[in-house]
Ligand binder design. Structure first.
Ligand code: IDP
Ligand code: MG
Length: 153
């Protein structure tokens, strides 16, 4: 089987929630064959968001980013499947929506880098850290009825 079975942390940001894009974003991951193993809506605190974006502390846009992310609830999710981290990022598009190809989530639904509606882990290592940060209670475990239709083995 090519590709690694991975988990990635995907989050719908406050603008994605307010614009009514939750269903559309989830649909794309379901349609591709990824398995949803954790999901919750949460209004994150500034402290929590500063931990999530710790790598970006010091960037000029950091205060605005935290304010944006704290401006309303987000939808936190964990998706599992082949190459979930890399393919999840491809499905999201580039950080700047104007450079995101049509067909990607950002390329289809948004325009501004500071309002780019979704987040996806950038490596397997960050995915593990982000899943632990957003889901300290753990994720679910179940066998998907689609497994044998989506995976070769
Ligand atoms: P990513 O979300 O594609 O991984 P990062 O570089 O990790 O991009 O940046 C995190 C988030 O910070 C971006 O998704 C975007 O919302 C915001 N951001 C990044 N660069 C800028 C910028 O130049 N201006 C405003 N916001 C930015
Ligand atoms: Mg990032």
């Amino acid at each position: 089987m090519s590709g690694n079975r991975e988990r990635t942390y995907i989050m719908i940001k406050p603008d994605g929630v307010q614009r009514g894009l939750i269903g559309k974003i989830i649909q794309r991951f379901e349609d591709r064959g990824y398995k949803l193993i954790a999901l919750k809506m949460q209004s994150a605190t500034t402290e929590h968001l500063e931990k999530h974006y710790a790598d970006l502390k010091g960037k000029p846009f950091f205060p605005g980013l935290i304010k944006y992310m704290a401006s309303g609830p987000v939808v936190a999710m964990v998706w599992e499947g082949l190459d979930a981290v890399k393919t999840g990022r491809v499905m999201l598009g580039a950080t700047n929506p104007l450079q995101s190809p049509v067909g990607s989530i950002r390329g289809d639904f948004c325009l501004a880098v500071g309002r780019n509606i979704c987040h996806g882990s950038d490596s397997v290592d960050s995915a593990e850290k982000e899943i632990a940060l957003w889901f300290p209670e753990g994720v679910t475990q179940y066998t998907s009825a689609l497994d044998t239709w989506v995976f070769e083995n």
